[in-house]
Design a protein around this ligand. Structure first.
Ligand code: TZP
Ligand code: MG
Length: 215
């Protein structure tokens, strides 16, 4: 698959803290040119969350962008989206059986052993992280670091998505270390409570697209 170089994650908790809905955030990032979005919701997948996700799916379809759902194959299937699973979720092989051969399937890894093993799984891309310290994930694995991204890049042929603490300042180093795509939560969001969030996110998404084009 051709993975966009910027991979925004709509994290419901990070958005909620800023008073933003999934739909508002999705619309702003798609206007800014996002080619893929992931919905990451660690709480109960309530009817409201499903409704909001359905709207995000509609916006993505309209914009010709891929939608990926974190953890939940059932909702991914209902939404016509791809799926991203972690080391403690549904195993990739079972996820692939549910999702079918054409769905985008992503898999998280956190170290050399997991990344190598991911190379043999029926997944379309593998994420590696946290590259830097992150406040957006509870109980993150140990920080991988840029030099380790460079070293581990050689272990796998699949597209590699770097994640964790990536900012406009350190992004170039991560791309130069061999990452194909950068997964971002906080680097696309305004500071807590700021007004004009939609405009901020659209412009920030545009800034990210400019940045990755220049590397
Ligand atoms: N997995 C590893 S780090 C991370 C996840 C979901 C959070 C990334 O968020 P941020 O704000 O871009 O550091
Ligand atoms: Mg997971």
């Amino acid at each position: 698959m051709k993975l966009p170089r910027v991979y925004p994650i709509l994290d419901s908790q990070a958005l909620g803290r800023r008073g933003l809905s999934l739909e508002t955030a999705a619309a702003a990032l798609l206007e800014g040119g996002a080619g893929i979005l992931q919905i990451r919701h660690k709480g109960h997948w309530s009817r409201d969350v499903f409704g909001a996700s359905r709207e995000v799916a509609r916006l993505c379809r309209e914009a010709g962008a891929d939608l990926i759902v974190n953890d939940r194959a059932d909702f991914a299937l209902l939404l016509g989206a791809g799926l991203h699973v972690g080391q403690y979720d549904l195993p990739p092989r079972e996820a692939r059986r549910l999702m079918g051969p054409d769905a985008v399937l992503g898999f998280s890894s956190h170290n050399a052993q997991q990344l190598s093993a991911a190379g043999g799984e029926p997944v379309d891309y593998v994420a590696l992280g946290p590259v830097f310290p992150t406040a957006s994930k509870q109980d993150p694995d140990p920080v991988v670091g840029v030099e380790e991204v460079r070293r581990l890049r050689a272990l796998i042929e699949k597209p590699l998505v770097a994640i964790g603490g990536i900012t406009l300042e350190n992004a170039r180093a991560v791309l130069e270390a061999g990452a194909d795509s950068l997964a971002l939560i906080s680097a696309l969001l305004p500071a807590t409570g700021e007004g004009g969030a939609s405009r901020f996110m659209r412009e920030r998404m545009e800034a990210w697209r400019q940045l990755v084009k220049a590397v």
